[in-house]
Design a protein around this ligand. Structure first.
Ligand code: SF4
Length: 370
Protein backbone atom coordinates (compact mmCIF):
# COMPACT_ATOMS: atom_id res chain seq x y z
CA UNK A 1 0.00 0.00 0.00
CA UNK A 2 2.94 2.29 0.55
CA UNK A 3 4.87 1.38 -2.57
CA UNK A 4 2.05 0.74 -5.04
CA UNK A 5 -1.44 1.70 -3.84
CA UNK A 6 -2.74 1.69 -7.43
CA UNK A 7 -2.82 -2.11 -7.71
CA UNK A 8 -5.10 -2.27 -4.66
CA UNK A 9 -7.55 0.31 -6.03
CA UNK A 10 -7.45 -1.33 -9.47
CA UNK A 11 -8.16 -4.75 -7.90
CA UNK A 12 -11.12 -3.27 -6.03
CA UNK A 13 -12.52 -1.79 -9.24
CA UNK A 14 -12.25 -5.16 -10.97
CA UNK A 15 -13.91 -6.97 -8.01
CA UNK A 16 -16.68 -4.34 -7.89
CA UNK A 17 -17.29 -4.82 -11.62
CA UNK A 18 -17.36 -8.62 -11.18
CA UNK A 19 -19.97 -8.61 -8.40
CA UNK A 20 -21.79 -5.51 -9.72
CA UNK A 21 -21.10 -3.48 -6.59
CA UNK A 22 -21.75 0.23 -6.80
CA UNK A 23 -19.67 1.08 -3.77
CA UNK A 24 -16.43 -0.11 -2.23
CA UNK A 25 -14.77 0.60 1.12
CA UNK A 26 -11.09 0.51 1.95
CA UNK A 27 -10.50 0.17 5.69
CA UNK A 28 -7.18 1.34 7.12
CA UNK A 29 -6.22 2.13 10.70
CA UNK A 30 -6.22 5.91 11.21
CA UNK A 31 -2.78 5.58 12.78
CA UNK A 32 -1.36 4.28 9.47
CA UNK A 33 -1.11 7.82 8.14
CA UNK A 34 1.27 7.12 5.25
CA UNK A 35 -0.87 4.30 3.85
CA UNK A 36 -4.04 6.38 4.26
CA UNK A 37 -2.51 9.28 2.40
CA UNK A 38 -1.06 7.18 -0.45
CA UNK A 39 -4.28 5.23 -1.01
CA UNK A 40 -6.35 8.43 -0.87
CA UNK A 41 -4.12 10.10 -3.50
CA UNK A 42 -4.25 6.97 -5.70
CA UNK A 43 -8.07 6.94 -5.58
CA UNK A 44 -8.19 10.66 -6.44
CA UNK A 45 -5.76 10.26 -9.35
CA UNK A 46 -7.66 7.30 -10.79
CA UNK A 47 -10.95 9.16 -10.41
CA UNK A 48 -9.51 12.22 -12.18
CA UNK A 49 -8.31 9.94 -14.97
CA UNK A 50 -11.89 8.66 -15.31
CA UNK A 51 -10.97 5.12 -14.26
CA UNK A 52 -13.16 4.63 -11.21
CA UNK A 53 -15.96 7.08 -11.78
CA UNK A 54 -18.70 4.43 -12.06
CA UNK A 55 -18.07 3.11 -8.52
CA UNK A 56 -17.85 5.11 -5.32
CA UNK A 57 -14.67 4.42 -3.37
CA UNK A 58 -14.89 5.20 0.35
CA UNK A 59 -11.85 5.21 2.58
CA UNK A 60 -12.56 4.44 6.24
CA UNK A 61 -9.96 5.43 8.84
CA UNK A 62 -10.60 3.03 11.72
CA UNK A 63 -9.51 2.45 15.32
CA UNK A 64 -6.33 0.69 16.45
CA UNK A 65 -8.22 -2.20 18.01
CA UNK A 66 -7.21 -5.67 16.75
CA UNK A 67 -10.85 -6.53 16.05
CA UNK A 68 -11.03 -3.79 13.41
CA UNK A 69 -9.39 -6.43 11.21
CA UNK A 70 -12.19 -8.93 11.89
CA UNK A 71 -14.60 -8.84 8.96
CA UNK A 72 -17.85 -8.62 10.94
CA UNK A 73 -16.41 -5.95 13.26
CA UNK A 74 -15.10 -4.06 10.24
CA UNK A 75 -18.62 -3.76 8.83
CA UNK A 76 -19.73 -2.28 12.16
CA UNK A 77 -16.95 0.33 11.94
CA UNK A 78 -17.95 1.24 8.38
CA UNK A 79 -21.47 1.83 9.72
CA UNK A 80 -20.03 4.19 12.35
CA UNK A 81 -20.05 1.81 15.33
CA UNK A 82 -17.40 0.22 17.55
CA UNK A 83 -15.38 -2.78 16.29
CA UNK A 84 -17.52 -5.46 17.97
CA UNK A 85 -18.11 -8.48 15.73
CA UNK A 86 -21.76 -8.87 14.71
CA UNK A 87 -23.40 -12.28 14.58
CA UNK A 88 -23.91 -13.11 10.93
CA UNK A 89 -21.11 -13.23 8.34
CA UNK A 90 -20.98 -10.49 5.66
CA UNK A 91 -22.28 -12.79 2.93
CA UNK A 92 -25.49 -13.26 4.98
CA UNK A 93 -25.95 -9.82 6.53
CA UNK A 94 -23.89 -7.21 4.79
CA UNK A 95 -23.41 -3.47 4.98
CA UNK A 96 -26.42 -1.31 5.76
CA UNK A 97 -28.77 -4.31 5.67
CA UNK A 98 -32.30 -3.17 6.47
CA UNK A 99 -32.66 -5.35 9.52
CA UNK A 100 -30.68 -6.64 12.28
CA UNK A 101 -27.04 -7.36 11.85
CA UNK A 102 -27.18 -8.38 15.51
CA UNK A 103 -24.24 -6.33 16.54
CA UNK A 104 -23.85 -5.03 20.07
CA UNK A 105 -26.04 -2.03 19.45
CA UNK A 106 -29.77 -2.58 19.58
CA UNK A 107 -31.85 -2.60 16.45
CA UNK A 108 -35.63 -2.14 16.30
CA UNK A 109 -36.19 -5.58 14.77
CA UNK A 110 -36.76 -8.78 16.76
CA UNK A 111 -33.61 -10.63 17.70
CA UNK A 112 -33.02 -13.67 15.50
CA UNK A 113 -35.00 -12.31 12.58
CA UNK A 114 -33.33 -12.38 9.20
CA UNK A 115 -33.53 -9.50 6.80
CA UNK A 116 -35.18 -9.95 3.45
CA UNK A 117 -32.84 -7.26 2.18
CA UNK A 118 -29.50 -8.50 3.51
CA UNK A 119 -27.08 -6.60 1.24
CA UNK A 120 -24.53 -9.44 1.09
CA UNK A 121 -21.08 -7.89 1.14
CA UNK A 122 -17.78 -9.17 -0.25
CA UNK A 123 -14.91 -8.73 2.21
CA UNK A 124 -11.34 -9.45 1.18
CA UNK A 125 -7.81 -8.82 2.28
CA UNK A 126 -6.01 -5.96 0.50
CA UNK A 127 -3.26 -8.40 -0.54
CA UNK A 128 -5.81 -10.55 -2.39
CA UNK A 129 -7.21 -7.47 -4.13
CA UNK A 130 -3.71 -6.31 -5.09
CA UNK A 131 -3.09 -9.62 -6.89
CA UNK A 132 -6.20 -9.26 -9.04
CA UNK A 133 -4.96 -6.76 -11.68
CA UNK A 134 -1.79 -8.79 -12.28
CA UNK A 135 -3.73 -12.03 -12.70
CA UNK A 136 -6.17 -10.35 -15.08
CA UNK A 137 -3.36 -8.82 -17.13
CA UNK A 138 -1.08 -11.87 -17.30
CA UNK A 139 -3.51 -14.76 -16.86
CA UNK A 140 -4.17 -17.43 -14.27
CA UNK A 141 -1.53 -19.74 -15.81
CA UNK A 142 1.14 -17.11 -15.16
CA UNK A 143 0.03 -16.86 -11.50
CA UNK A 144 -0.08 -20.65 -11.16
CA UNK A 145 3.43 -20.95 -12.62
CA UNK A 146 4.61 -19.72 -9.19
CA UNK A 147 4.01 -21.32 -5.82
CA UNK A 148 2.50 -24.76 -5.26
CA UNK A 149 -0.63 -26.47 -6.63
CA UNK A 150 -2.51 -25.75 -3.41
CA UNK A 151 -1.03 -22.29 -2.83
CA UNK A 152 -0.30 -20.62 -6.16
CA UNK A 153 1.51 -17.31 -6.56
CA UNK A 154 3.45 -15.23 -4.10
CA UNK A 155 2.86 -13.87 -0.62
CA UNK A 156 4.02 -10.73 1.12
CA UNK A 157 5.78 -11.85 4.31
CA UNK A 158 6.64 -9.79 7.36
CA UNK A 159 9.49 -11.12 9.50
CA UNK A 160 10.20 -9.51 12.89
CA UNK A 161 11.60 -10.55 16.27
CA UNK A 162 15.13 -11.85 16.92
CA UNK A 163 16.37 -11.27 13.38
CA UNK A 164 19.10 -9.07 11.95
CA UNK A 165 16.86 -6.74 9.93
CA UNK A 166 13.08 -7.01 10.42
CA UNK A 167 11.44 -6.33 7.09
CA UNK A 168 8.69 -7.14 4.65
CA UNK A 169 9.22 -8.96 1.36
CA UNK A 170 7.38 -10.90 -1.33
CA UNK A 171 8.30 -14.57 -1.74
CA UNK A 172 7.05 -17.45 -3.83
CA UNK A 173 4.61 -19.63 -1.91
CA UNK A 174 6.20 -22.95 -1.01
CA UNK A 175 9.54 -21.37 -0.04
CA UNK A 176 10.97 -23.00 3.09
CA UNK A 177 10.36 -20.97 6.27
CA UNK A 178 14.10 -20.87 7.02
CA UNK A 179 14.75 -19.35 3.55
CA UNK A 180 11.97 -16.80 4.06
CA UNK A 181 13.57 -15.71 7.35
CA UNK A 182 16.97 -15.42 5.64
CA UNK A 183 15.70 -13.67 2.50
CA UNK A 184 13.33 -11.18 4.13
CA UNK A 185 15.06 -10.36 7.43
CA UNK A 186 18.71 -11.38 6.81
CA UNK A 187 18.37 -14.28 9.25
CA UNK A 188 19.54 -14.43 12.85
CA UNK A 189 22.69 -12.86 14.31
CA UNK A 190 25.83 -15.03 14.30
CA UNK A 191 25.68 -17.84 16.85
CA UNK A 192 21.93 -17.74 17.42
CA UNK A 193 19.45 -20.43 16.39
CA UNK A 194 15.68 -20.34 15.97
CA UNK A 195 13.69 -21.65 18.93
CA UNK A 196 10.19 -20.77 17.73
CA UNK A 197 8.32 -18.95 14.99
CA UNK A 198 4.78 -17.64 15.33
CA UNK A 199 2.65 -16.93 12.29
CA UNK A 200 0.86 -13.95 13.78
CA UNK A 201 -1.14 -14.58 16.95
CA UNK A 202 -3.69 -16.92 15.38
CA UNK A 203 -1.67 -20.07 14.70
CA UNK A 204 0.18 -22.76 16.61
CA UNK A 205 3.89 -22.23 17.23
CA UNK A 206 6.35 -23.65 14.69
CA UNK A 207 9.43 -24.92 16.53
CA UNK A 208 13.02 -24.65 15.35
CA UNK A 209 12.87 -28.34 14.32
CA UNK A 210 10.31 -27.51 11.60
CA UNK A 211 12.07 -24.68 9.78
CA UNK A 212 12.09 -26.57 6.48
CA UNK A 213 8.29 -26.34 6.37
CA UNK A 214 7.11 -24.73 3.11
CA UNK A 215 5.41 -21.37 3.61
CA UNK A 216 2.13 -22.40 1.98
CA UNK A 217 -1.39 -23.08 3.24
CA UNK A 218 -0.96 -26.85 3.06
CA UNK A 219 2.68 -26.80 4.23
CA UNK A 220 2.05 -24.91 7.47
CA UNK A 221 -1.16 -26.87 8.09
CA UNK A 222 0.85 -30.09 7.85
CA UNK A 223 2.91 -29.06 10.91
CA UNK A 224 -0.24 -28.03 12.78
CA UNK A 225 0.13 -24.31 12.17
CA UNK A 226 -1.19 -21.92 9.51
CA UNK A 227 -0.40 -19.00 7.23
CA UNK A 228 -2.32 -16.19 8.92
CA UNK A 229 -1.26 -13.06 7.07
CA UNK A 230 2.30 -14.41 6.69
CA UNK A 231 3.51 -12.19 9.52
CA UNK A 232 6.27 -14.20 11.21
CA UNK A 233 7.61 -13.49 14.70
CA UNK A 234 10.96 -15.22 15.28
CA UNK A 235 12.32 -16.14 18.73
CA UNK A 236 15.90 -17.30 19.12
CA UNK A 237 17.36 -19.83 21.58
CA UNK A 238 17.64 -17.21 24.35
CA UNK A 239 13.88 -16.52 24.45
CA UNK A 240 11.45 -17.62 27.17
CA UNK A 241 8.37 -19.35 25.79
CA UNK A 242 6.37 -18.82 28.99
CA UNK A 243 6.94 -15.11 28.54
CA UNK A 244 5.90 -15.34 24.88
CA UNK A 245 2.72 -17.21 25.87
CA UNK A 246 1.98 -14.56 28.51
CA UNK A 247 2.40 -11.70 26.02
CA UNK A 248 0.26 -13.28 23.31
CA UNK A 249 -2.42 -14.26 25.81
CA UNK A 250 -2.48 -10.80 27.35
CA UNK A 251 -2.77 -9.21 23.92
CA UNK A 252 -5.74 -11.40 22.94
CA UNK A 253 -7.37 -11.04 26.34
CA UNK A 254 -7.16 -7.25 26.24
CA UNK A 255 -8.35 -7.10 22.62
CA UNK A 256 -11.29 -9.44 23.31
CA UNK A 257 -14.42 -7.31 23.10
CA UNK A 258 -16.30 -9.16 25.85
CA UNK A 259 -19.50 -9.94 23.95
CA UNK A 260 -18.89 -13.65 24.68
CA UNK A 261 -18.19 -14.25 28.37
CA UNK A 262 -16.00 -17.38 28.03
CA UNK A 263 -13.67 -15.48 25.68
CA UNK A 264 -13.19 -12.42 27.88
CA UNK A 265 -13.20 -14.15 31.27
CA UNK A 266 -11.31 -17.26 30.15
CA UNK A 267 -8.55 -15.43 28.30
CA UNK A 268 -8.14 -13.07 31.29
CA UNK A 269 -7.77 -15.99 33.70
CA UNK A 270 -5.34 -17.81 31.40
CA UNK A 271 -3.32 -14.58 31.17
CA UNK A 272 -3.22 -14.27 34.97
CA UNK A 273 -2.00 -17.89 35.31
CA UNK A 274 0.72 -17.26 32.73
CA UNK A 275 1.76 -14.05 34.47
CA UNK A 276 2.06 -15.88 37.81
CA UNK A 277 4.14 -18.68 36.27
CA UNK A 278 6.36 -16.22 34.38
CA UNK A 279 7.05 -14.14 37.49
CA UNK A 280 7.85 -17.18 39.66
CA UNK A 281 4.61 -17.16 41.66
CA UNK A 282 2.95 -19.93 39.67
CA UNK A 283 2.03 -23.42 40.86
CA UNK A 284 0.69 -26.61 39.29
CA UNK A 285 -2.76 -25.24 40.07
CA UNK A 286 -2.20 -22.52 37.43
CA UNK A 287 -1.50 -25.20 34.82
CA UNK A 288 -4.71 -26.97 35.89
CA UNK A 289 -6.76 -23.77 35.62
CA UNK A 290 -5.38 -23.10 32.14
CA UNK A 291 -6.06 -26.65 31.00
CA UNK A 292 -9.61 -26.24 32.28
CA UNK A 293 -10.20 -22.99 30.40
CA UNK A 294 -8.46 -23.71 27.09
CA UNK A 295 -11.10 -26.08 25.65
CA UNK A 296 -13.92 -23.81 26.91
CA UNK A 297 -12.64 -20.34 26.06
CA UNK A 298 -14.25 -20.65 22.62
CA UNK A 299 -17.74 -21.54 23.94
CA UNK A 300 -20.36 -19.53 22.08
CA UNK A 301 -17.78 -17.32 20.41
CA UNK A 302 -18.87 -14.90 17.71
CA UNK A 303 -15.45 -14.56 16.14
CA UNK A 304 -12.10 -16.33 15.85
CA UNK A 305 -10.24 -14.43 18.59
CA UNK A 306 -11.13 -16.96 21.28
CA UNK A 307 -9.85 -19.78 19.05
CA UNK A 308 -6.58 -17.88 18.66
CA UNK A 309 -6.18 -17.86 22.44
CA UNK A 310 -6.84 -21.59 22.62
CA UNK A 311 -4.58 -22.49 19.68
CA UNK A 312 -1.58 -20.31 20.55
CA UNK A 313 -1.42 -21.01 24.30
CA UNK A 314 -2.15 -24.75 23.92
CA UNK A 315 0.55 -25.10 21.28
CA UNK A 316 3.19 -23.45 23.49
CA UNK A 317 2.18 -25.67 26.43
CA UNK A 318 2.54 -28.72 24.19
CA UNK A 319 5.82 -27.70 22.54
CA UNK A 320 7.69 -26.39 25.60
CA UNK A 321 6.30 -28.19 28.70
CA UNK A 322 9.75 -28.25 30.34
CA UNK A 323 9.87 -24.43 30.40
CA UNK A 324 6.63 -24.26 32.39
CA UNK A 325 7.83 -26.98 34.77
CA UNK A 326 11.14 -25.16 35.24
CA UNK A 327 9.43 -21.85 36.14
CA UNK A 328 7.13 -23.56 38.65
CA UNK A 329 9.87 -25.69 40.22
CA UNK A 330 12.44 -22.90 40.64
CA UNK A 331 9.98 -20.01 41.21
CA UNK A 332 11.67 -17.78 38.66
CA UNK A 333 12.13 -17.14 34.99
CA UNK A 334 15.59 -18.41 33.96
CA UNK A 335 15.81 -15.90 31.12
CA UNK A 336 17.01 -12.35 31.61
CA UNK A 337 15.67 -10.41 28.67
CA UNK A 338 12.87 -7.91 28.19
CA UNK A 339 10.93 -8.44 24.98
CA UNK A 340 8.57 -5.94 23.44
CA UNK A 341 5.14 -7.21 22.41
CA UNK A 342 5.68 -7.57 18.66
CA UNK A 343 2.67 -5.44 17.68
CA UNK A 344 3.94 -3.43 14.76
CA UNK A 345 3.48 0.29 14.41
CA UNK A 346 5.99 0.72 11.59
CA UNK A 347 8.53 -1.28 9.63
CA UNK A 348 11.13 0.50 7.56
CA UNK A 349 14.85 0.39 6.83
CA UNK A 350 15.40 -2.93 8.61
CA UNK A 351 13.90 -1.59 11.82
CA UNK A 352 10.64 -2.57 13.48
CA UNK A 353 8.79 -0.12 15.70
CA UNK A 354 6.48 -1.81 18.18
CA UNK A 355 3.44 -0.40 19.95
CA UNK A 356 4.68 0.72 23.37
CA UNK A 357 1.17 1.54 24.55
CA UNK A 358 0.44 -2.20 24.63
CA UNK A 359 1.28 -2.56 28.31
CA UNK A 360 -0.91 0.41 29.26
CA UNK A 361 -3.99 -0.82 27.43
CA UNK A 362 -6.70 -2.01 29.80
CA UNK A 363 -9.32 -4.67 29.42
CA UNK A 364 -12.01 -2.10 28.59
CA UNK A 365 -9.81 -0.60 25.83
CA UNK A 366 -8.96 2.49 27.85
CA UNK A 367 -5.35 3.27 28.76
CA UNK A 368 -3.50 3.71 32.02
CA UNK A 369 -2.11 7.23 32.14
CA UNK A 370 1.65 7.46 31.33
S1 SF4 B 1 -15.06 -14.30 20.59
FE1 SF4 B 1 -14.14 -12.77 21.95
S2 SF4 B 1 -13.44 -11.11 20.61
FE2 SF4 B 1 -14.87 -12.39 19.40
S3 SF4 B 1 -16.86 -11.41 19.65
FE3 SF4 B 1 -16.70 -12.93 21.28
S4 SF4 B 1 -15.84 -11.80 23.07
FE4 SF4 B 1 -15.52 -10.54 21.22
Amino acid sequence: MRANPYQLVEGLMIAAFAVEAAEVYICIKASYETELERVTVAVQELQQAGICDDCTVNIVAGPDEYLFGEEKAMLEVIEGKSPLPRLFPPYEQGLFARSPELGWEATPVAVGARSDDPHPTLVNNVETMSNVPHILARGADWFRSMGTAGSPGTVVCTVVGDVVAPDVGEVELGTALRDVIDAVSSGLPEGRTVKAVFSGVANAVVTGADLDVPVSYEGLAAVGSGMGSAGFIVYDDTACMVDAAYRFSRFLSIESCGQCSPCKLGSAEITQCLQRIETGAGTDRDLEIMRGWLPRVTDGSRCYLASEERIVVSSILRAFPEEFADHIEHHRCPVDRQDPMPKLVDLAGGHATYDETFWRKRSDWTYDPE
